[in-house]
Ligand binder design. Structure first.
Ligand code: NAD
Length: 367
């Protein structure tokens, strides 16, 4: 028996990542092989012709799970009633543009998208920001959505996580499925910290199976710089691997992480591991029942503590650049996130779920 279709909104739907992503979603790789989807595809007005072409190709695949495709040249229409919103579209860095200029132009786009999600999306929409700078764009979107919980917003660091897993497997002669417990901490940028101290290969500590020099001098910079390495080799930025990472992130969030496995997700910091509250930071998480929870109690050595601080500092600096896009009214909810709210519990129509007076998650929808 078929389930009711869910609405998946995607921005930047005529871009390079979406050209892989949309076909995976329609094939059931993200939400499961029994979950029909409605794709609400969003682009800027100049790209609507290209988007029509993508929609025709989707139609021509005749995917049994693809219920409907709708095309939109604005986010207000495109986000209507969305259960999942994948914010992929962003302005790329142009010639002569500094990173701070990029943060600024994209910041405005994500402020509008946060407001549109607040006003039009389903009340328990799950949001994933991929467009760069992903962590800071997630903060801007979340801060501009006062009626949604900050726990509903996440940003993509799964590509870094998958890269770390793939590179480690390749180095040690293992296969990726033998590798567990990879963690990527912090920003989706070259300051991120891919941490192998808790990883295992076939159950044995990974760190004992690699040379410490290789870990610090080769592995960490390689994962951090992998995006540039791919641009140099291909002349184009990573797109198919980013699409796969988006699928993995949403799949785990909605359907749960494998038993015993952790995923890396960019989420609002609740102060865990001493990371300052109020920024989107990549943490190790476990997911079930559509919720995520930070894995607690991981021991950090001095080297790791230092790496966590460096990437935290960069995020605080990015936050300062976009401060004018962060409305005061949402400061408190972001600076004092509680564990209960972060778990993203859905309130059901029969009254089960979190407290009725909870400011967030007041949906009646049962999925
Ligand atoms: N977080 C990550 O791990 C990760 C990995 C890879 C790429 N990225 C980022 O993802 C983004 C997309 O990458 P891509 O390769 O698909 O780029 P792309 O340039 O091929 O496509 C981006 C698309 O977004 C559209 N767009 C721009 N502004 C929009 C808006 N306001 N609303 C809707 N659509 C809009 C553009 O028209 C374009 O079609 C980039 O910002 C890239 O840096 C992030």
């Amino acid at each position: 028996m078929m389930r009711r279709p869910v609405r998946v909104a995607v921005t930047g739907a005529a871009g390079a990542i979406s050209y892989s992503l949309l076909f995976k979603i329609a094939a059931g790789e993200m939400m499961g092989k029994d979950q029909p989807v409605i794709l609400q595809l969003i682009e800027i007005p100049q790209a609507m012709d290209a988007l029509r072409g993508v929609a025709m190709e989707l139609m021509d695949c005749a995917y049994p799970l693809l219920h409907t495709i709708t095309l939109h040249d604005n986010v207000e229409d495109g986000f209507k009633n969305a259960h999942y919103a994948l914010l992929v579209g962003a302005r790329p860095r142009g010639p002569g543009m500094e990173r701070s200029d990029l943060i600024e132009v994209n910041g405005e786009i994500f402020a509008r998208q946060g407001k549109a999600l607040n006003d039009y999306a389903n009340r328990d929409v799950k949001v994933l920001i991929t467009g760069n700078p992903a962590n800071t764009n997630a903060l801007i979107a979340s801060r501009n959505a006062p009626d949604l919980s900050p726990s509903q917003f996440t940003c993509l660091t799964r590509l870094d996580h998958n890269r770390a897993k793939g590179i480690l497997a390749n180095q040690t002669g293992a296969t990726p499925r033998d590798v567990n417990g990879i963690i990527v901490w912090g920003n989706h940028s070259p300051t991120q910290y891919p941490d192998l101290h808790h990883a295992t290969i076939l159950g044995e500590p990974a760190i004992n199976q690699v040379d410490m020099n290789w870990y610090k001098e080769e592995f960490i910079p390689k994962v951090q710089q992998r995006g540039s390495e791919i641009i140099q080799a291909r002349g184009l930025s990573s797109a198919a691997s980013a699409a796969q990472a988006i699928v993995d992130h949403m799949h785990d969030w909605v359907l749960g992480t494998e038993p015993g496995e952790v995923a890396s997700m960019g989420i609002l910091s609740d102060g865990s591991y001493g990371v300052e509250k109020g920024i989107f930071y990549s943490f190790p998480v476990r997911c079930n029942y559509g919720r995520y929870q930070i894995v607690q109690g991981i021991e950090l050595n001095d080297f790791s503590k230092e790496c966590l601080k460096v990437t935290e500092q960069e995020l605080l600096e990015e936050k300062a650049v976009v401060n004018h896009l962060l409305p005061e009214e949402t400061a408190a909810s972001h600076d004092n996130l509680s564990i209960c709210l972060r778990s993203g519990v859905t309130l059901y129509a029969d009254g089960t779920g979190p407290d009725q007076d909870s400011k967030f998650m007041t949906t009646n929808r049962v999925m």
